[in-house]
Design a protein around this ligand. Structure first.
Ligand SMILES: Cc1ncc(COP(=O)(O)O)c(C=O)c1O
Length: 500
């Protein structure tokens, strides 16, 4: 084993506080800090080209133009950028991201947006139409997710992350008032979305991570051991973002129920797929409000609900829980103030477009979309498993993650990106995934994906000496135990995005 690997192994098992100390000392050593910064800059300058392709091609603004630009000029620039970007996602080269994308559907949503572009549900008296749309989005989602005939309520949020964060804040406040818990903890599988970690940081709820089994499903025994008197909520995904695995929601939610605490099913990804998959006869374990222990759920309308980006639904068992999400202010000189979610003013047009998507697609539309997606995913799963160097992780329905013991999968990812594919690079374990959407159900897309993947694997096998462009970055993030350095790198990436 190389010295570098030995060091990584030792550090990988070390206490995180010790690692932070090592990291700090390393960076302050003469020459080391500069070298690290130099490496960061090199990686970032490589990335800048792809993140800022319009440099020099369109006028850049670092202050307001002295006189306003003609609208036609503004639109022409945007048309040109759209043209440059559109084919990539329209032709199905992207994992997830655009879940519907048919032109007629887009045109319809755009019309709905235009009709409602001035509306703001903060002024619920001025735009009662939006109140109707949002109430019905929540009701339809609750009904779809096993809430029929039960007291299930909720709100519309801006996306999966907001729905998750709202639910976690709700449990923190509920547990403080109802149980006097001042040091709240949440029990969350390691594969649950990063939004749960974000909630833990933002709301000061201690994160207790539990492992997953060989099929990437949360370990129920670990959850049992992790629960203590400070636990306010247990979480499960249906399915998880990385491997598309559905956690054992029935067992986990029952555990929560026995302890009198919350259970949140994160169905951001699967909320608008699994109910239809079940009706189509696919093996879908129970994951929704039909389970008595499930006290909240998140389901993203802007993913497989086929709405425009910017909406999601968070649902609760009972009005009482929902009240812990709301914000009210009675002392503000600006008057009585109240809002259901984190935002104040909100884009009513997005809720209108969401309602329009749901009601125009209907149950039959979701069913047929799901059928197409699951059939395509099944073709892709089979095709990936037929490539001898690759294997699919677990037994997912529509998020196909795969790994290799033979080739460097991040180099495969690199090669695929040269063939226009934007797949997701994952780690722990090292793998990549394709989240199958309606874009991939177009004729020939699955076949093209598999042909390119076969070519990529052959290429990487034949050229082990090639470094690749992103492969070293992913490799470093996957192996580097000094998390602070990886985090610094990600912050620098965000800085590049905001560079003019
Ligand atoms: C399972 C799961 N939960 C939550 C989210 C977060 O959703 P958003 O990106 O809309 O905030 C995602 C996003 O892919 C997801 O897959």
């Amino acid at each position: 084993m190389s010295l570098k690997n030995t060091l990584f192994n030792l550090l990988g098992r070390a206490n995180p506080r010790f690692l932070k100390l090592v990291e700090k000392s390393l960076k302050s050593m003469p020459g080391v800090g500069d070298k690290v910064e130099g490496e960061y800059d090199e990686i970032m300058s490589k990335l800048e080209g792809s993140l800022k392709p319009y440099k020099g091609k369109f006028e850049a603004f670092t202050k307001l133009p002295e006189t306003g630009r003609p609208r036609a000029e503004v639109l022409a620039d945007m048309e040109a950028m759209r043209e440059a970007e559109e084919a990539h996602w329209k032709d199905g080269y992207i994992s997830g991201a655009v879940y519907h994308g048919d032109q007629e559907h887009i045109d319809f949503l755009n019309k709905v947006y235009a009709l409602n572009s001035q509306s703001n549900p903060l002024h619920s008296d001025v735009w009662p139409s939006i109140n109707k749309f949002e109430a019905e989005i929540v009701a339809m989602t609750a009904d779809m997710l096993g809430g029929a005939g039960q007291d299930v309520c909720g709100t519309v949020s801006s996306g999966g992350t907001e729905s998750i964060m709202l639910a976690m804040k709700t449990y923190r406040d509920w547990a403080l008032e109802k149980k006097g818990i001042t040091k709240p903890e949440m029990v969350v599988p390691v594969t649950a979305h990063a939004a749960f970690d974000k909630a833990s940081q933002y709301f000061n709820i201690k994160m207790i991570h539990i492992p997953v089994d060989e099929n990437f499903r949360a370990d129920v025994n670990a959850a049992r051991k992790a629960v203590n008197p400070n636990t306010v909520v247990i979480v499960g995904s249906a399915p998880s973002f990385p491997h598309g695995a559905i956690d054992p929601i029935e067992e986990l939610s029952e555990l929560a129920r026995q302890h009198g605490i919350g259970f949140h099913t994160d169905a951001c990804l699967g909320g608008f797929v699994l109910p239809w998959a079940e009706k189509l006869g696919y093996p879908v374990p129970k994951f929704d409000f039909r389970l008595p222990g499930v006290t909240s759920m998140s389901a993203d309308t802007h993913k497989y609900g086929y709405a425009a980006k910017g909406t999601s639904v968070v649902l609760y068992r009972g009005q009482e829980l929902r009240h812990f999400q709301y914000y009210t202010s009675t002392e503000w000189p600006g008057g009585l103030y109240f809002s259901p979610t984190f935002a104040g003013s909100r884009p009513g047009a997005l809720s209108a477009a969401c309602w329009a998507a749901m009601t125009s697609i209907g149950a039959d539309g979701y069913m047929s979309a799901t059928r197409k997606i699951l059939e395509t995913a099944s073709t892709i799963k089979k095709g990936v498993n037929e490539i001898p160097e690759l294997h699919v992780l677990g037994d997912p329905l529509f998020v196909v993650s795969f790994a290799s013991e033979i080739v460097n999968i991040y180099k495969v990812l690199d090669y695929m990106s040269h063939k226009k594919w934007s797949l997701n690079g994952l780690h722990k374990p090292t793998c990549i995934h394709l989240c199958v959407t309606l874009r991939h159900t177009q004729p020939g897309v699955a076949e093209r994906f598999l042909a390119d993947l076969r070519e990529a694997v052959e290429h990487v096998k034949a050229h082990p000496e090639e470094k690749g462009s992103m492969a070293p970055v992913y490799g470093m993030a996957a192996t580097l135990p000094l998390r602070g350095m990886v985090s610094d790198l990600l912050k620098k990436y965000l800085d590049v995005i905001f560079k003019t």
